[in-house]
Each structure stands twice: as C-alpha cells, then as structure tokens.
Design a protein around this ligand. Structure first.
Ligand code: ZN
Length: 619
C-alpha cells in the first residue's frame, strides 16, 4: 500500500513535492512590511505552483526558499544584517543561500523592496494593462550582495496616463495620484483662487496688475498690503478645511501679465528678476504658516532666481522648463534654464522641477526626446533637486506613452540606471516580435531630428517639424511592410498607437504639400487625394476606429477628440475645393505682411492651400 501511495505521488504532479516558499514577517512588522508580505504572497502564488506560507515566528529553522520581510530574530540567525537607518522610501535587499532578506524605510520602502524582488524574478508591469508574470516550476531566489537603494529624488511624480493607476505607480515607486491629492491642498496657478478677480477686480482694480497705464486682472499686485491680507485669509480658511494637506501653492496665474506698478517694479529691479516681488510676497505668506510648505512657481517671467533674496525654509520653488528645446539635453540646448537651475539651487534646498516630456500641441505627433530624458534627470540630481514632476500627457494616452512613462519611472528612481537595458527589456516584453522594428523606428526618428538641427518643441504641429516631413512618403510605403499583421491580438493593440502616430502625421502633412512638397512622391500622393478623396475618407474611418480601440481619446491637452478632428478635417477638404480656383488670381499687398507668420509673401494667399485655426498651418 505504501508503495502504491508513493507511485501515485510521483505521478500526480510536481506541486505535491514542491518545497513551500516561506515568507517570514518580522514579529513587530510595520504596515509597509505587512503589505510587502501580502504583495509577495499574491504575485508568488501566480509565479509558481509551490505553496506560499506566511509566518511571523517560524517554529523550525527556515529552509530555502525563504524570504525575510523586515528584521527579525529568524533573519538575524541566518546572518542578515539590516541597516539601522535609511532615507525615506529607501529599500534594502540581500540574497544568499536560496534566501532573501528585504526591508525599507518609511511608509513604502519595504513594499518597494518587494516590487524590486518580483522584477528580479522576471515580473514586469509594462503598463496598467500589461503585466508580465512568468510561470516558474520552482522559485530560485537570487544571490544579491547586501544593498541599499536610495531614490535620487525624494519626491517623484509622473503626470502621465500609466501613473494615474495607483497600483502601477506604487510598483514603479512613484507618488500615487491619490497620495498627491491628499498632500497638496492647492496646486499651481492659485492667485485667482486666493484673490479672485470676479470678486475684487471691479471694486478694487488696484489689487491687480498695473501695466503703467491701466489695471488688468491677469495677476495680483504683490506689493499691495490688502492683497496680502486677502490671500492669507483665503489660505487660512482653505487649510482649516483640509488640515492634513502639507503643500499649498501660492503662485502666479498662467499668463505674463505681471504687475509693473512702482513698488512691484522697484522690488524686481532691486533683486534683478521679476521673481523678486513674487518671493518677497510668498516669503511673507510662508511666515504665517510655519507648519505648511508654501510652494510657488518660478515659471516664464519668474524663472530667473532673484539676486540677494532667499526663499524661507518652508517655501518650495517649483521651477518650470517650459521654454526648453527637447532635441538636446537641457545643459547643451537650453543653457539659460540650466543656469536658472543652478541659481535657484544655490538659494534653496527645497527645489522642485516641473519638466515637460511630450508634444503638448499634438499628443499623436512624433516626439523623439529619448536622448534627453536621462541627461536632464542627471543634471537635476547633480543640482540637488528634491522633487521631480514630469509632465506627460496627463490622463491621456499619447505617442509611446507606455514606454516613455516606464522609462521615466525607472530613471526618476535612479538616473544612472542603464537606459539601453531598460528600453531593450521593455521592447522585448511589450512589443515581442516587433521589438527590432520599434527600435529601428525610434532610431530613425532620432537620426532625422538630429539631422535637422536637434530642434524639438513641446508646442508644435507635425508639418512644421522638418524631421517628420523628411522622406515621409517613402517611410509610409515601407511602414506597411514592417508591420505585417501581428500573430497575437495583444501585440496588435500595443502596435496600433505607433500606426496612429504615422497616420496622423500623414494626414497633417497632407495640408501643406503643394508648396512644401519637396519630393515627387509627396506631390503625387497629394494630387491623388485631391482628386479622389475616398482614400482619405477610409483613413479617417480607420483613424477614429483605432483611436477608440486603443483608448487614445484626445489629440492634445485641450481634449480635442479624434471624432472632432475628423469632422474638422472633412470641412478642411471642402474648403480646399473652394480654394482651387485662387491660383489664377494676382494679389497685391497694401501693407507688408507681418514677419511673425510663416511666409510673408502675397502668393501664400493664392497657393491653393487652406489655413487652419492655428496660424502655423499654411499661413
Ligand atoms: Zn504692484
């Protein structure tokens, strides 16, 4: 009978024999350690058929595979020495002899260590939609020299679609959207909330900007004492409503209309920057709220650091890189901003960078900024930046948003990680059989962008980007060949956004071909579509359908929808037909055209090209 039982056991599957994976939690485990154990139990349960056990005080000496979560007598008995004190969010990992010890500092460190271990075991969270959990027969815990990882930036926020998913953000060691909303009582461009123009401008225009001749409600007069009282009272009331929030933004509205009254102007002159009057005001507000962090913007006209005026210790400076060229790392391509970073950094240890990482005018436009992300983060780290806010396309998916968000999350934790390895790993896991195609596609974009002078702006239209137009029609013809139907529907969904970006660029370029079409194919394609628009209408249908399938819901930050885009394009085509006759006309300009516009020549009025609501199109 015993023999029969043994034979049965031998043939009923490996799991019956599998050694359990022991998770040994510290007896006084913190909340983060307890969460780490639950996360490991859940993922390991999917990774392997081995049973997973969780204990606090093991009755016998643990045997491999065993994971110690937090320091305990059992981990000490195995010779694991945990560090005494680490920075907030830092993690500890040590693996030897088929066992691993992990832990971390603060509310999340241990949880982050659990995610790092799961990645070492092959798990990935490429996007909120795409998780990879390999199937392993048995778990082999890695040998790891004892190591502490401390994040390069204590505060890491990614304003990008994947990071809106709290569990994806936690996996990638980022501030979650939920936490952010709890921590910030008010966030950027708050002058109008704190001293509303609707409420005050009519009776008291002097509370607002004076431009030398008249008042306007664009910004506040920061040297007006009543304005100070109003702002402090508003802030006090808001804090009473939300006393837990740590950060409160007292910052300029989103325009250039700053106050130039005698007193404001005198402060700005004295400190050599328009940030002078702003910082005097914000420092004064911050002294009223010593237990809160008062954040302000160094943005556009307040970007340059003041000379001889330091922010109060509880003032946070949020310095914004909105003007920078993205074709080059900031230190090379935007020397004046790099200088602002150095100057603010010399004044405060509480510096936040608001950086921009996508094409905001066209979420579907190609934006090959891949070679700038890492050097920029390294530069910010070198200048002791404490808080990073990377602005992507917010809640919307956009060009390569899954891959760029993934890379940024890894680099915000460690800007010295290998970008090539991170991207190669992502391409292999996410794009599968298309990994090589995607790699070549991006390298080609970068090469063309660099060939055309390394210029890349965050507000531009594809037909203004020479690198998009460069050999465009040739590329479109080859694109189909490189994109045979994927074998896996999941891959089709992941590749579709790349096709959408190309299709969008093609459609946009159609608007500009006759005068700018510098190759024969471009002209031919244009003529073809002009005389037979059925091909274009088919493209519109595909465009709308694919956008909806992959959840690319907006084309820019003004929430322009694919349906509206197609509707506007159809109307644009109708106007082209009306403009067809214009070429016969001879036009004289009564006044010379403004040099601000793309071309000041009279012929642009009769070149058969139709303008758009944006002057950069076919002016
Ligand atoms: Zn003023």
């Amino acid at each position: 009978m015993k023999y029969v039982a043994l034979v049965l056991l031998l043939f009923t599957g490996a799991s019956l024999f599998s050694q359990p994976v022991s998770l040994i939690l510290a007896p006084q485990a913190t909340a983060a350690e307890t969460r780490a154990a639950a996360i490991l139990k859940s993922y390991l349960g999917k990774l392997t058929p081995q049973p997973i056990t969780v204990t606090r005080e093991p009755k016998s000496e643990p045997v491999p595979p065993a994971i110690f979560i937090g320091q305990s007598p059992a981990s000490q008995a195995q010779g694991f020495i945990f560090p005494d004190k680490m920075a907030e969010d830092a993690l500890f990992l040590h693996g030897k002899g088929g066992m691993v010890a992990l832990g971390g500092e603060g509310e999340k460190g241990a949880e982050y260590a659990a995610y790092s271990l799961l990645e070492l075991l092959g798990c990935r969270r490429f996007s909120p939609r795409d998780t990879l959990i390999p199937k392993l027969e048995t778990i082999q815990l890695p040998v790891l020299p004892a190591r502490v990882e401390t994040p390069a930036f204590p505060y890491r926020e990614l304003w990008y679609e994947p990071a809106m998913d709290d569990s994806w953000a936690r996996w990638h060691k980022l501030k979650t959207h939920t936490q952010k909303n709890k921590e910030w009582g008010m966030f950027v461009h708050t002058f109008d909330k704190l001293c509303p123009q609707n409420q005050y401008f009519k009776e008291h225009p002097e509370y607002f900007s004076f431009n030398g001749a008249q008042y306007s409600p664009g910004q506040l007069c920061l040297s007006n004492d009543t304005v100070f009282q109003i702002v402090v009272a508003s802030l006090r009331a808001a804090i009473a409503q939300n006393p837990e929030a740590k950060y409160w933004s007292v910052s300029q509205n989103d325009n250039y209309d700053y106050c130039k009254c005698l007193r404001c102007a005198a402060s700005d002159r004295k400190y050599g920057s328009t940030a002078g009057s702003l910082l005097l005001f914000v420092n004064r507000v911050a002294r009223e709220f010593p237990n809160k962090v008062i954040s302000t913007l160094a943005y556009q006209y307040t970007r340059k650091a003041p000379n001889g005026l330091k922010p109060e210790p509880n003032v946070n400076i949020c310095l914004c890189s909105i003007e920078c060229n993205r074709g080059n790392p900031i230190e090379e391509g935007c020397a004046d901003f790099a200088n602002d970073v150095r100057e603010w950094s010399a004044l405060t240890s509480n510096l936040m960078i608001w950086d921009y990482v996508v094409q905001f005018r066209s979420y579907f436009g190609p934006f090959p900024n891949w070679k700038t992300l890492q050097p920029n983060l390294r530069f910010f780290q070198k200048n002791q930046v404490q808080m990073m806010f990377e602005q992507g396309s917010g809640r919307d998916r956009s060009e390569f948003s899954d891959m760029r968000a993934y890379l940024l999350a890894k680099l915000m934790w460690n800007p010295n990680a290998s970008q090539d390895s991170i991207l190669a790993d992502f391409r292999k896991g996410y794009y599968g059989e298309y990994a090589g195609f995607v790699d070549r596609h991006i390298k080609d974009q970068i090469r063309r962008m660099e060939k055309h002078g390394k210029k890349l702006w965050i507000y531009d239209v594809p037909q203004n980007e020479p690198f998009v137009r460069d050999s465009f029609y040739y590329r479109m013809m080859n694109f189909d060949q490189g994109m045979s139907k994927p074998s896996d529907p999941k891959l089709e969904r992941r590749m579709r956004p790349i096709v959408l970006v190309e299709l969008f660029s093609f459609l946009e370029n159609m608007k500009s071909v006759p005068t700018r079409g510098d190759d024969f194919l471009a002209r031919n394609a244009y003529m073809m579509f002009r005389f037979d628009t059925s091909g274009l209408h088919n493209m519109f249908n595909s465009f709308e359908q694919w956008c909806s399938e992959v959840g690319m819901n907006h084309l820019n930050e003004n929430r322009y929808t694919p349906a509206q885009y197609v509707k506007d394009f159809r109307e644009f085509l109708a106007r082209i037909r009306d403009a067809a006759e214009s070429i016969a006309l001879n036009v004289q300009l009564a006044e010379p055209a403004s040099p601000q516009y793309a071309s000041g020549k009279a012929e642009v009025l009769t070149d058969q090209l139709v303008g758009e609501t944006d002057y950069r199109y076919n002016w």
